[in-house]
Design a protein around this ligand. Structure first.
Ligand code: PGA
Length: 231
């Protein structure tokens, strides 16, 4: 059976109190989480200490990282600062490419720093050119990280891609990058997740909106194991 990933991306949401309530509810339901799913939660940086000292039934990731080593870069969090704090680091989400002007160059630079710090980069891509650009800069990326494929038309719109189209794209991506796990993201909810996770080249999903509510997120995680039964 292939590894199965569900990554929740809270984006720019949640006060500390809201995050605490989410964590409490999620932890109280830990026994319902299927063992075969690797769950990754990516909150904002200031939430991360809330996960200290608790038995959290998932892995932690950050949504971003500095493109520079530690030093005089006001407002940035460098990869070396997050070592042993999170295991995964999202890089180059389409919202960052659009609003923060992140280029393929910057994305690759960030991915290199994350790999050097011993964490796993989750590089977000929305077309094969971005995959080629990553592969050209980090030839062995496949051994070190994973990709989250998110078509722009599907993010936050309620218009998920069709599982078959997403699988074709994941296949194309695999042909370029190699064996790295390819996740699909864009309007994933409990009702459609099994359609994506049952596809041959899709190793899991990235979840934005539906990860903000612990109940909905747990339903997505459970639904991910339904695989071919949900189409
Ligand atoms: P969405 O976001 O699930 O709200 O569509 C996905 C993402 O951007 O990761």
């Amino acid at each position: 059976m292939k590894n199965l990933y569900v990554l929740g991306n809270w984006k720019s949401n949640k006060t500390l109190e809201e995050a605490k309530a989410w964590i409490e509810q999620f932890v109280s339901r830990a026994s319902e989480l299927p063992k075969e799913v690797t769950v990754i939660v990516c909150p904002a940086f200031h939430h991360i200490p809330l996960f200290d000292g608790i038995t959290f039934p998932a892995h932690l990731g950050s949504q971003n990282i500095s493109a520079y080593a530690p030093g005089a870069y006001t407002g940035e969090v460098a990869a070396a600062m997050l070592e042993h704090v999170v295991e995964y680091v999202m890089i180059g989400h389409s919202e960052r490419r659009k609003y923060q002007g992140e280029t393929d160059e910057i994305v690759a630079q960030k991915a290199s720093l994350v790999i050097a710090a011993g964490m796993k980069p989750v590089v977000c891509v929305s077309d094969v050119d971005q995959v080629r650009a990553l592969h050209a800069r980090i030839a062995n990326f496949s051994e070190k990280g994973m990709l989250l494929y998110e078509p722009l038309s599907a993010i936050g719109t309620g218009q998920a891609d069709s599982p078959e189209k997403a699988n074709n794209m994941a296949h194309d991506i695999t042909n370029i990058i190699g064996s790295a796990p390819i996740l699909y993201g864009g309007s994933v909810v409990a009702a459609n997740v099994g359609g994506f996770t049952s596809q041959e080249y899709i190793a899991g999903v990235g979840v934005g909106g539906a990860s903000l509510d612990p109940e909905k997120f747990i339903q997505v995680i459970v639904g991910a194991t339904a695989r071919a039964s949900v189409k």
